[in-house]
Design a binder for this molecule. Structure first.
Ligand SMILES: Cc1cc2nc3c(=O)[nH]c(=O)nc-3n(C[C@H](O)[C@H](O)[C@H](O)COP(=O)(O)OP(=O)(O)OC[C@H]3O[C@@H](n4cnc5c(N)ncnc54)[C@H](O)[C@@H]3O)c2cc1C
Length: 489
């Protein structure tokens, strides 16, 4: 099929998927009043690949069909490949101003990373490695949109998943048949699920190797979201159909987050990547570092978002006549520093990209050190950006009448009292509504939460970093310092 148009994508998600929102089953995610605009947003991303000016920049030639396929499915083998992929990511992130974490390229790249390490999944049983390679080819050739889920329901984090009050809270194996594996339980958190074709669920959390009761939870797979028995419960929607003047972001970019419930779902054998092999899965959790590929999308998305924010903050501060104050300029400079630091992490990760696993893995991977540092730094950096917006916009964030007010009987008052230093009232209000949607609405709060958690829990990731870091250079530096001290004594 090669690359799909927006219309083809929409036709693909118009099926019998079981999506629940506000206590009701959604008939059609492409027409539901709280989901339709987001479906259109994703469709527009698919259409970009068909723009004659962009097509070559966003696709590469499929090694199997010879057709153009999305660049996000390319296995990178060189710096040039990474640069090419980055450019395609920039086009997509730019088209939505970085407001979507999960443009389809994100999980596409996760699948690429898993394919690069397919030999590991297949080390003890070649079927599973072959499945991963075939799956990558399948999604690439059909230009599919994926969600992914790694975690388990937040019931009791202080016990192992096999010790939860019900054996099937986390997704576990119920039975096997000639056709496949039957699983039951739930996974979180599936962003973009209502708008996806497939759900990708590799084992991505370590299990206990000395606990046989953990073995049934060792199941990695991917299936269509309309598989019988699979249902999704949406969080509250943030797009309630209101005017885009009033909610310029909520109205277009509510990518939705869901709990995925597997009610005795059959995973066909050719869609299984890990099965009951806890030691191997734990090794894969360590070595199949999906983030060493998808972090490129993350960093590119951060740039697109920070550039919009910088433009917005600068215009607001000029618009209300505060840009000449030193403290205001200093805060704007902080945003510039964050943008530049993000770029530096990405450039370093690309420059030092390398093969992994002694060359056994396919292609090259972004360097891990800059990406780990970026992953641990960005949540606080982004939160600082939101604080700056709050501090510079101040009460203006509350003085945001709606489009109906702007056009209503009090429009003359609005023009007089809501104007800025060099802005008409309607433009000033629109800017502040954008700022509020970015940091203050439910959509805005979710953005901040997303930046903190989408990549995992930094607290636990930093603990792992503490435990696994190679301290030899630091120890040598200290030893040489004392050696010099002794010599000088
Ligand atoms: C908006 C959003 C979108 C997301 N999208 C996706 C997605 O598409 N796919 C996906 O797979 N995941 C997604 N995630 C989930 C994300 O990976 C998790 O939120 C993250 O890993 C943290 O897990 P948790 O939310 O279950 O928090 P928990 O693990 O329950 O943590 C809650 C608190 O307890 C602390 N804590 C828990 N356990 C420990 C411990 N052992 N030691 C010390 N402190 C601990 C944490 O530090 C944290 O403060 C998304 C999250 C958000 C917020």
């Amino acid at each position: 099929m090669a690359i799909r148009t927006g219309q083809e994508y929409l036709a693909g998600i118009r099926d019998d998927r079981e999506v629940w929102l506000d206590g009701e089953r959604v008939d059609d995610v492409t027409t539901h009043p709280k989901l339709a605009r987001m479906a259109q947003t994703v469709a527009a991303i698919y259409d970009l690949q068909h723009d004659p000016d962009l097509r070559d920049q966003m696709t590469f030639t499929s090694p199997t069909s010879g057709e153009p396929v999305s660049l996000s499915y390319m296995v990178p083998h060189s710096q040039e490949d990474l640069a090419r992929r980055k450019h395609a990511l920039e086009i997509i992130a730019g088209s939505v101003n970085g407001m979507l974490g999960r443009t389809p390229d994100y999980v596409n790249i996760c699948v690429v990373a898993a394919r690069q390490m397919a030999h590991l999944y297949g080390r003890n049983d070649s079927r599973f490695g072959d499945n991963m390679v075939a799956y990558h080819e399948y999604v690439r050739e059909n230009d599919l949109c994926l969600t992914h889920t790694f975690g388990h329901p937040q019931v009791n984090r202080s016990v192992a998943i096999s010790e939860l009050p019900d054996p099937y809270i986390a997704v576990g194996i119920v039975d096997t048949t000639d056709e496949g594996v039957i699983v039951r339980g739930a996974k979180l958190l599936a962003t973009l699920a209502p708008f996806s074709d497939e759900i990708f669920a590799p084992v991505y959390r370590p299990l206990r190797e000395d606990a046989p009761e953990d073995e049934p939870y060792c199941i990695g797979f991917s299936i269509p979201v309309n598989t019988p028995g699979l249902k999704f419960i949406c969080r509250q929607a943030y797009d309630d159909g209101k005017s885009l003047y009033d909610y310029p972001l909520s109205g277009r970019y509510d990518e939705m987050d869901c709990l995925a419930i597997f009610d005795d779902v059959l995973i066909p054998w050719d869609r299984v990547f890990s099965f009951r092999d806890v030691a191997l899965s734990n090794e894969a959790v360590q070595k199949v570092t999906l983030w060493r590929q998808y972090a490129q999308q993350v960093a590119v998305k951060n740039v697109a978002k920070l550039e919009l924010i910088l433009g917005m903050v600068r215009r607001i501060t000029e618009g209300i006549g505060i840009s000449r104050f030193d403290q205001v300029r200093e805060k704007i400079s902080e945003i510039i520093d964050i943008l530049a630091t993000n770029n530096a992490f990405l450039r370093a990760a690309e420059a030092d990209a390398e093969p992994v696993d002694g060359g056994l893995g396919e292609g090259i991977w972004l360097a891990s050190e800059p990406l780990i540092a970026m992953r641990h730094w960005y949540p606080d950096a982004y939160q600082r950006v939101t604080q700056i917006i709050q501090q510079l916009c101040a009460g203006g964030l509350m003085l945001t009448p709606s489009e109906a007010d702007v056009k209503g009987p009090l429009s003359a008052d609005i023009e007089k009292f809501y104007q800025g230093a060099d802005l008409a009232a309607k433009d000033r209000i629109q800017l502040f509504r954008l700022a509020w949607d970015l940091i203050g609405t439910e959509f805005g709060s979710r953005q901040t939460l997303y930046e903190r958690y989408f990549n995992g829990d930094i607290v636990q990731l930093r603990q792992r970093r503490f435990a696994s870091y190679n301290y030899s250079r630091a120890e040598a530096a200290l030893a040489s310092f004392f050696d010099k001290l002794q010599a000088d004594d």
